[in-house]
Design a protein around this ligand. Structure first.
Ligand code: 13P
Length: 282
């Protein structure tokens, strides 16, 4: 069944667990993700569309994909929310609303504070009027290879409190030592900062860039107030490794898609276990 993201995250916040949000690229990923969630009795968050859509063909593809995903999600026995990840332009957010997403991420984290507030507050007004949630980002979650150790990107708790009040966003992505993509070395999450952020704000907090964070830190972050855990790279690596490690010799090559999507499904189940979402849709 399809639900609003804020409903899923409200439960997660109250009961101190996280819900993984996965990159879902196509219909077969969508089916595998639903199977994983149903087997684990876990709520599911689908991340679709990481990029800006500029030409008509891309927009039609996004619209088609979203409608197809919604169709599968409606029939699932677990609650699912579809999020349009990382939009950077007003138009992209509106297109996301029109396509049927339950949440739009409005990422203005590279802008100065006041501009970030002004642009996101405007999008929140429009999205809320359409019954759609908005995830925002304060501080900046960059790419693991270049931003992970840059102190300027971390989310400041006092600013987060003001930001949430002024934008009226529904959830907030924070920068606490996390970064997208592959990390250089082992990332160290700042749990003190996380605690201050949880105390300073009343919205669910989101951890982007979960791939590569040690499992025990993911679990601790979820028990400490992270409610949504964005996973991308790990799902793509699972697809790649599923194919590379399978015996696809001769006519076993017919198994290539099973190898890819089977491996994708297993990695999703693993994230549902370490975030604590497994069993929460029971
Ligand atoms: P990773 O690719 O690092 O797991 O991050 C995904 C993400 O945060 C998408 O928003």
């Amino acid at each position: 069944m399809i639900v609003k993201l804020s409903e899923l995250l409200k439960e997660a916040k109250k009961n101190r667990y996280g819900i993984p949000a996965f990159a879902v690229e196509d219909e077969n990923c969508m089916r595998s993700a639903i199977e994983a969630a149903e087997e684990m009795k876990s709520p599911l968050i689908v991340l679709a569309g990481f990029k800006e859509y500029s030409d008509d063909k891309e927009l039609r593809d996004l619209d088609y994909r979203t409608h197809t995903f919604l169709h599968y999600c409606e029939e699932a026995s677990v609650p699912i929310a579809l999020t349009r990840d990382h939009t950077y332009k007003y138009e992209d957010a509106i297109i996301g609303v029109k396509s049927g997403f339950q949440c739009i991420m409005a990422d203005r984290s590279k802008l100065p504070f006041e501009e970030n507030v002004a642009q996101v507050a405007e999008i929140v007004k429009v999205c809320h009027a359409a019954g759609v949630d908005v995830e925002a980002e304060l501080g900046h979650v960059g790419l693991g290879l270049d931003l992970q150790n840059d102190g300027n990107v971390f989310t400041v708790p006092e600013e987060a409190a003001e930001y949430v009040k002024r934008t009226n966003c529904d959830s907030l992505a924070v920068s606490i030592g996390n970064a997208h993509g592959l990390y250089k070395g082992t990332p160290k999450l700042q749990f003190d900062r996380l605690e201050q952020l949880v105390n300073a704000t009343d919205v669910p907090l989101v951890l982007h860039g979960a791939t590569g964070i040690p499992e025990e830190d993911v679990t601790r972050a979820c028990q400490s107030g992270i409610c949504k855990v964005n996973v991308g790279t790990d799902t793509y690596m699972a697809c790649r490794d599923g194919v590379l490690n399978a015996d696809l010799s001769g006519s076993k090559v017919y198994g290539v898609f099973d190898a890819m999507y089977g491996s994708y499904k297993e990695v999703l189940k693993h994230w549902m276990t370490i975030t604590g979402s497994a069993g929460k849709a029971a």
